[in-house]
Design a binder for this molecule. Structure first.
Ligand SMILES: Nc1nc2c(ncn2[C@@H]2O[C@H](COP(=O)(O)OP(=O)(O)OP(=O)(O)O)[C@@H](O)[C@H]2O)c(=O)[nH]1
Ligand SMILES: [Mg+2]
Length: 459
């Protein structure tokens, strides 16, 4: 697919808004260096256009007046993020200097970059493929170390390599099939052999393996929802705060403290967990509390795992039993958390005749058992998913859809393997095109635009 490679120069503030030690205005394109040279005065009289150096100290000036003291990092094509000439102007981090410097370079002929445009240029100039470009955004948004690890593996080409290796086999098969079409009249030995079929079956299994990573990829990227439930006062909010390591929810000795649903992301070290604290569940006449209980039930039904909390220092009663039975009906895996383990034990959790996925004792306020709870949580949430980012992990729905189309085309081909080679060639084409949509080779422009538009400005 031939795409137009841009020849203008773009600029944007690449650091987040607000105040910080430094902030960066970045330029990319053939005029980057001359544009910056026209507003920069080196403190040691160096000329950024001709000097081989990469780092320059000096001032950005407008009409002879200093705008900011800066460090320039100059990366000449093709040794840069975009493969174009790139200049990063390291300014003082604040809206004042950054906007002034950006304004100046725009006046000198740079265009304001669109969201994701730097990364889009890296893609258009062939430095990275679409999988790697998308991994850049996953890296920025990664909320856990494992998520970062997965994004880094994708950025380094793990998935790209897996896809390319599949595509290579298919392209090779297609060349054989086409040769067979050409020579069908002549007395040539058959090229579409049982051995080739075996190879294609191996490729099909590789596609299936990648499809199997979709669940893990989604978990890594999007995380999952875990909700804390139980009757009032058992220590749900205390547990929420302990897992968050922050006094986010209000805790009091009064039953019915929490009224609204609170959500925060916690880092279990494996995948991001959106943890939800809910109002204590009990029948109530209080209007506000009743609304809280309704919202709690709604949040619980939408979670992937429920932490059912009981107060182990108080004997269980009918309400605990009713709640356990009610929640079990939601058909969401449930973990039993016996809280307040620092107090003398009075509850017997075995009385709850519910199949819990696990049973953990903790003291939300004292800290005992929290590590073990986090480990159990991580195990339950990732249990059964195949996690090997180094072998390629699909993390996006459009990747999964394309792989499925490739798989379908290949299934058709394998079913009709004895058919005439023209038919086989059609299915191979379809399978190859679908793979190209993952790496970006055959992705329609409007879809590309949509993908890059989800990036931030300056990336
Ligand atoms: N000793 C002890 N007290 C705890 C523990 N966890 C919570 N508590 C106390 O139990 C009381 C209720 O705690 P919360 O966290 O507000 O309980 P909750 O389940 O969120 O209550 P509601 O929001 O009313 O449903 C507070 O006084 C906490 O200090 C614990 O592990 N040990
Ligand atoms: Mg609470």
């Amino acid at each position: 697919m031939n795409r137009t490679i841009p020849d203008d120069t773009i600029a944007a503030i690449s650091t987040p808004p607000g105040q910080s030690g430094i902030g960066i205005v970045r330029l990319s394109g053939p005029a980057s260096i001359t544009i910056v040279a026209s507003v920069f005065v080196s403190s040691s009289d160096r000329d950024v256009r001709t000097d081989e150096r990469q780092v320059f100290h000096g001032e950005i000036r407008a009409n002879g007046n200093a705008v900011d003291e800066v460090l320039l990092i100059v990366m000449r094509a093709p040794h840069s993020y975009t493969r174009e000439d790139v200049v990063e102007i390291n300014c003082h981090g604040g809206p004042g200097p950054l906007n002034a410097v950006l304004q100046l370079v725009l006046e000198q002929g740079a265009h304001l970059a669109e969201a994701g445009e730097f990364t889009k240029r890296a893609f258009l100039n062939g430095r990275i493929d679409l999988v790697q470009a998308e991994a850049v955004i996953d890296r920025i948004q990664a909320q856990t170390r494992a998520g970062l690890h997965a994004a880094a593996a994708a950025a380094n080409g793990a998935l790209s390599r897996a896809i390319h290796s599949i595509a290579d086999t298919l392209v090779h098969a297609k060349s054989l099939v086409e040769a067979e079409v050409d020579f069908v009249e002549q007395d040539m030995p058959a090229l579409v052999t049982p051995k080739l079929k075996e190879q294609l079956e191996g490729t099909q299994r590789e596609i299936e393996r990648l499809l199997d990573t979709a669940a893990a990829g989604k978990l890594y990227r999007e995380g999952t929802a875990v909700a804390i439930a139980g009757r009032p006062n058992v220590g749900k909010s205390s547990l929420f705060n302990a897992l968050l390591r922050d006094a986010r929810a209000i805790v009091t000795q009064h039953a019915g403290t929490t009224r609204s649903v609170l959500r925060e992301v916690i880092n279990t070290g494996v995948i991001p967990v959106r943890l939800t604290d809910t109002a204590g569940l009990r029948p109530t006449e209080d209007e506000v509390e009743r609304l809280g209980v309704e919202a709690a039930r709604e949040a619980l039904s939408q979670s992937a795992l429920i932490l059912f909390v009981v107060d182990s220092s108080v004997a269980l009663d009918a309400l605990d039993h009713d709640l356990a039975t009610e929640l079990a009906r939601l058909d969401v895996p449930m973990l039993l958390v016996c809280n307040k383990s620092d107090l003398p034990e009075a509850a017997n959790p075995d009385e709850l005749k519910i199949a819990f996925a696990a049973n953990v004792q903790v003291s939300a306020t004292g800290g005992d058992g929290l590590d073990s709870l986090e480990d159990t949580l991580a195990e339950l949430l990732t249990g059964g998913v195949n996690i090997a980012p180094e072998q390629g992990l699909i993390t996006r729905i459009h990747q999964e859809e394309s792989l499925r189309r490739s798989h379908e085309a290949l299934s058709r081909l394998l079913e009709n393997y004895g058919a005439s080679p023209e038919f086989l060639a059609l299915d191979l084409d379809e399978a190859i095109r679908a793979l190209g949509e993952i790496t970006g080779e055959t992705t329609p422009d409007d879809i590309l635009d949509r993908i890059f538009a989800s990036f931030c400005i300056g990336k």
